[in-house]
Design a protein around this ligand. Sequence first.
Ligand code: FAD
Length: 546
Amino acid sequence: MSASVADPQAHTRPVPSSVDAVVVGAGFSGMYLLHKLRALGLSTVVFEAGTDVGGTWYWNRYPGARVDVESLAYSYSFDSDLEQDFEWQERYPTQPEILRYAQHVAERFDLRKDIVFRTRVASAQYDEDSRTWKVRTEHGDAVTARFLVMATGCLSSSKLPEIPGLESYKGTTYHTAHWPHEGVDFTGLRVGLIGTGSSGVQSIPVIAEQAAELVVFQRTPAYTVPARNGPLDPDERAKIKAEYSTFRATNRQMPAAFGSRLPASDRSALEVDAEERRAEYEYRWQKGLGLAFIGAFNDVLISPESNESAAEFVRSKIRDIVPDPEVARKLTPHQVIGCKRLCLDTGYYETFNRPNVELVDLRDTPIEAITPTGIRTTEGEHELDCIVYATGFDAMTGALLRIDIRGRDGLPLQEAWAAGPRTYLGLGVAGFPNLFTITGPGSPSVLTNMMVSIEQHVNWIADCMDHLRRQGHRTIEASEPAQDLWVEIVNAMAGITLFPTCNSWYLGANVPGKTRVFMPFVGFPMYAEKCTQVAQDGYEGFVLSG
Ligand code: FAD
């Protein structure tokens, strides 16, 4: 496997033995948190497994990688000079542009001096007597900290499929989430690609243009809408920047905090006739409004009939784009649309019209094994020079549970979450004092424009730490009853929607053996209001002590 892993040759800087806060991860969450904690005067060290900042955008360098929220919305809002100075070039920027942005932020706020790169946190143990966390890295450093914040990312623990013979393959393998920094030249090669989630949908058209042959192994067909990406119109960019705070405030009031080019619809798909419905979907399809396609009507994720109207619209587009009826059949999804994250693409369905692309539907012909020379399905062997795994992540809990975190009485987080993750507000866990999770399970997180969720969490956590200090409290911990109630609320909210109806990674269904629990909270504005209320009410549902 070609992967960029933490360099065993230790750190880029000395590690302090004691700090106020340890932050794990230097993606957008960890970077902003470091900036905020510095402003509070809290000594902070950030550990990061990679060699630089950027998190997701540092690791996922596969061809075609880009964000599916528009750049002007997928960016920090905390500093108006930064907002004004950084000039996004594309509507849906590529991974290199987003990484450049992360690096710009690191330089601008001089963040790197408190980040220890190439260093993976291995364990964290709470000590009742000193009421501190002892954090250990894989290099053997130990740091004592009052606060421990997991900015480890919801989609940072990559997953390989469990296929017999995986290790026997003699060609080159790549995982989209560990793409070589120097890039990959597929010219003249026979490439196999497994997985048609977002990373597959983005990379397939680009790899197909280069490779001699591309064989796509598909388990579940994807719903995807055209991004219609392009350079940002300078006038439009200037217009949004002139009213940036209003633009941001509008976003925060949208159910998933995506960009605000269109107000959220207040109509049911069933309120209008078939022609008007189709016109609305067609408008969003043509304009490349991305995830706002699902927001065409207010009940697409609630009413099966409304959902079917949106799903059928996309299916009709597949039939229009792909003339071969057998290929179109294989590409056509039948699950609820939006139940798995809707993808944005540039020429995805069209790619299957190319003579050098073959689609293998694993529902018809499952993979039997990976062999030394390729992939064998029930239909026969595909000889391949390399295999790309676009097989995603152990989402939301994977990166947290990879670390041996032990709370009060030595309770391992793995045990506390044996029946699925349990948190209060996705911010705190009962039994784990002074531990915070950014965009953790039980918060809106992956259902939203994550930059907005990240800022909301970081602001809340920093305010909370400031409050504890001012009030002379030593610890904060979610109470069991508040946590139990919150878990019920998260489930109840999901139950109103169609989200739990398919085998998505939101439910952990992509990881064999993972307990199926719908992890994110549905509805950003309501959630943010609840967090504010909790803080205003003296951190209701948390126990503050000391
Ligand atoms: P990350 O960016 O994942 O950073 C976490 C960091 O923690 C990583 O660098 C990792 O190396 C480090 N880390 C983890 N464990 C340890 C450890 N034990 N020790 C040390 N370091 C550790 N979101 C959107 O809103 N819109 C999108 O369009 C979108 N597209 C995406 C596309 C892809 C391919 C992926 C993978 C994610 C996408 N996301 C998108 C989600 C994206 O993860 C967030 O938007 C955001 O970048 C998360 O930032 P973060 O800092 O919370 O986590």
